[in-house]
Design a protein around this ligand. Structure first.
Ligand code: GAL
Length: 798
């Protein structure tokens, strides 16, 4: 009999916004910044007029060239840490006296201390969690200027296994509220029951009610058209609310149709005056895990098709930008992803907002280490004092997002090897469940001898995540009979976009074993072939990892390491390699070939992708591959002559031929029921003659003042064929008010800083990330190169 172990029925809230009598304003602009470190910077009267003007989110590390001298090492991104100070002056109107005014930081890396008008407000230690301070008691009202000073200390290095960034790298805002207001972090909404006909909705929250006034709370649930679908009124007897609404025929939140409602919560005095309001987006859905059949969403089985993502946004570093995050998520969604794992820390809340909107499930992870360190100065030094308060902040911050479907309390935690792992797992799993009993708690484990895995043996986790070692998958259901299982991390394949080394029939492991830190027989130019046949020794090819998960129903799904290349951890090479090779997409956002393997397996879109390019030396034997779907077989033609048909097999997810190179063209044709339905061509390219540009913006617009333009540049020959065999220097220059935030080419060992407006193409491609300021009038981008200057308008999608 099938055992449904965890059934989670949800009615969930998302982004909070605020009604009348209150407001929330962005506090990102107009900061002064210094990389010096003096205690006097905290003083109200300090003169910072010579400091640099910056806007937030801000990451000072990414502004540097890469270098071997930085203590973070190449594993940490080969960029500097240090201490930075931020100061901002602002005024508060006299009419706001008596309001509760607080400052909210989405995240700052790392130790962050805040002063208002010289008054110390405290220190925040967790570089990935949001925090806030009440400013009201120390503010000046009317004409007198307030000064906020923030010291961010990322000087203790190394403290991370990947690039962390440094500074106030997420959004900051000020919140003005009446003294009587909802404690937004105490709001938690769940549904005891959900069916196609009805959902019951339980809303828990807490009101800050100085003077214990008699109050009434009004609840209104609106559908996407703004029509009220359920309402309720509650007289507040204590400061707590616990109320259930009933909703007929709920529109369920799903990965294909992420339906969202909005819940309006109002608190009024007994005369009916509105004192405070909170509006939150809502998603209704149920999740379930089954030991034999894996995961289901709204009662329907759904294989989790996921990728792990680190938090950096390529050339923007850690500086969060919603349109850059949206670009990444849309690329993953188009590949067929239905879930992401936030490796290995809480993401920006805006990432969760996007996942709610786009229909992407989130495996939300808290920690990469507990009290046993992985790096000399990492979070282990704060764990003992802060792990429970950090977990509480994490769960309360994120529990109202419908996209979040699991809590992970850790990744490859060292305590899995001794009995402290059992004690801490029990403590943390129970702690999380006390704050949210509607989602499973998991951890990503790695250990061949699972019986000795002390985290698993705690029997406190609802789902067990296993990283790598697919050879052991079949042992797992025998060892852990009553716990659902998920492949929380797989693959660690290695590739550089556009690089094709002669194929070997078996997979190569770089480095080959735990004895080697780096590859010894790698490519002299720090590249790795983009055929899917190189992996770290603990991993495997993309195809193999997916095949192994695909055929096992008891595995709820897969999280591939990783969706995008990220800064730091440049296995298999030492410096000058400075960013990872693991991505399905490179750091600049250009897909590697294996992207299409996933798209052919994970979507119904018609896929036919041919590799490699067709510029070789006469006599070279070239491995030609095609990723495809929705067909029976594919046929390859060289200069019009058939080289035979090929198809995928149970063991291989691409078609393949070995072809002696002759200049001209290769063409692959896809057949369904004997009929040719699609074809793809690669031609021998001549010299680079032109730059082709593609500007993407509209799709990534978030309605934010910081929406970006992504300008992709590709080298083409006279006839328009892509050129990969030649690279050239190009530089970008914006018209007045058009700012180049970063440039990239996706090559993992390019040492030029990513904020530099000049970039050499790599395998024929480069990217500029551009922001158009409010004052910009002409909105154009000048691209200079030896092929001649071109001016591109930044107006709409091309
Ligand atoms: C895993 C680890 C990841 C990353 C990956 C690289 O073991 O969980 O954070 O280091 O290896 O292959």
């Amino acid at each position: 009999m099938t055992r449904i172990l965890y059934v989670f029925l949800f009615f969930l809230l998302s982004t909070a916004s605020f009604g009348q009598n209150q407001r929330q304003i962005s506090f990102n602009e107009g900061w002064s910044f210094s990389l010096a470190d003096e205690l006097q910077f905290r003083r109200e009267a300090y003169n910072d007029s010579k400091w640099k003007q910056v806007s937030l989110p801000h990451d000072w590390s990414i502004l540097s060239d890469f270098g071997s001298q930085f203590p973070a090492g190449n594993a940490g991104g080969a960029l500097p840490g240090g201490v930075g100070w931020y100061r901002k002056s602002f005024q508060v109107a006299t009419k706001d006296k008596g309001q509760h005014i607080s400052i909210h930081f989405g995240g700052a890396y790392r130790y962050t201390e805040v002063w208002i008008n010289g008054q110390y407000l405290g220190k925040h230690t967790n570089g990935y969690l949001s925090f806030s301070h009440d400013l009201s008691p120390y503010l000046y009202y009317g004409g007198k200027t307030n000064v906020i000073a923030v010291r961010v200390d990322n000087s203790q290095q190394p403290n991370s296994r990947w690039y962390s960034g440094s500074g106030i790298y997420r959004d900051v805002y000020l919140r003005y509220q009446q003294q009587t207001h909802f404690f937004s972090e105490e709001t938690f909404v769940s549904t005891p029951t959900v069916s196609a006909k009805k959902a019951t909705v339980r809303i828990q929250s807490q009101v800050h009610n100085p003077g214990n006034k008699k109050l009434q709370v009004e609840l209104r649930l609106l559908d996407a058209t703004g029509k009220p679908v359920a309402t309720g009124k509650v007289d507040l007897r204590t400061d707590k609310i616990d109320h259930t609404l009933t909703l007929d025929k709920p529109q369920l939140w799903d990965v294909d149709s992420p339906e969202l409602y909005s819940l309006h919560m109002l608190v009024r005095d007994m005369q009916g005056n509105e004192l405070n309001a909170q509006t939150q987006r809502v998603g209704i859905r149920s999740i379930a895990f089954d030991v034999e059949r894996g995961f289901s969403l709204n009662g329907k089985p759904l294989k989790i098709l996921g990728v792990c993502l680190h938090h950096d946004l390529g050339a923007l570093g850690a500086a969060f930008n919603k349109s850059a995050a949206k670009r990444q998520l849309l690329m993953m969604k188009a590949m067929g992803v239905n879930a992401i794992r936030t490796a290995h820390n809480p993401p920006a809340t805006e990432v969760l907002d996007l996942c709610d909107e786009l229909g992407i499930l989130v495996y939300n992870e808290a920690f990469d280490m507990w009290q046993k360190k992985k790096n000399k100065f990492d979070y282990s030094q704060d764990f003992k004092e802060h792990h429970l308060t950090d977990l509480a902040a994490f769960v309360k911050r994120d529990r109202n997002h419908p996209s979040v479907f699991m809590w992970s309390i850790g990744n490859e935690i060292r305590e899995q090897f001794d009995s402290t792992g059992t004690v801490l797992t029990k403590e943390m799993a129970n702690f999380v469940k006390a704050l949210d009993n509607t989602r499973p708690v998991t951890a990503a484990l790695t250990e061949t001898n699972y019986v000795k895995n002390f985290i698993a043996q705690a029997e406190a986790l609802d789902v067990l995540g296993f990283n790598y070692k697919f050879e052991d998958y079949d042992k797992l259901p025998k060892e852990f009979k009553n716990v659902p299982l998920i492949a929380s991390e797989t693959t660690s394949g290695l590739q550089t976009r556009g690089v094709y080394d002669a194929l070997h029939d078996t997979i190569q492991f770089w480095p080959a074993s735990s004895k080697d830190k780096f590859v010894t027989n790698g490519n002299a130019d720090f590249t790795v072939s983009a055929y899917d046949n190189v992996a770290a020794y603990w991993g495997t090819s993309h195809e193999r990892a997916w095949l192994e998960v695909k055929k096992r129903d008891f595995l709820a799904g897969i999280f591939v390491w990783t969706g995008f290349d990220y800064l730091g951890e440049p296995v298999p090479y030492p410096y000058p390699a400075r960013s990872s090779y693991y991505g399905i997409v490179d750091l600049a956002g250009f897909p590697k070939d294996v992207y299409y393997m996933y798209q052919s397996e994970w979507t119904d879109k018609d896929v036919l992708h041919l590799l490699p390019h067709w510029n070789w030396k006469s006599g070279d034997i070239v491995d030609v591959w095609a990723y495809y779907n929705n067909a029976d077989e594919v046929e390859l033609f060289l200069n019009g002559k058939s080289l035979g048909k090929s198809s995928k097999t149970d063991d291989r997810l691409h078609a393949a031929w070995k072809v002696p190179f002759v200049a001209g063209e290769i063409k692959v044709v896809k057949y369904k029921n004997g009929r040719a339905v699609q074809e793809a061509v690669k031609r021998t390219a001549g010299a680079a003659a032109k730059l082709k540009t593609r500007i993407t913006h509209d799709d990534f617009k978030t309605g934010d003042a910081r929406d970006l333009y992504f300008v992709e540049v590709e080298l083409i020959d006279e006839k328009g064929e892509a050129v990969l065999h030649e690279d050239i220097e190009i530089s970008f220059q914006g018209s007045a008010g058009v700012e180049i935030l970063g440039t990239d080419n996706g090559f993992q060992a390019d040492l030029r800083g990513l904020s530099n407006p000049a970039r050499k193409t790599f395998k024929g491609k480069a990217l500029a990330i551009v922001r158009v300021g409010d004052a910009a009038t002409t909105k154009t981008l000048l691209i200079k190169s030896k092929l001649g200057d071109i001016t591109v308008p930044l107006e709409k999608n091309k």
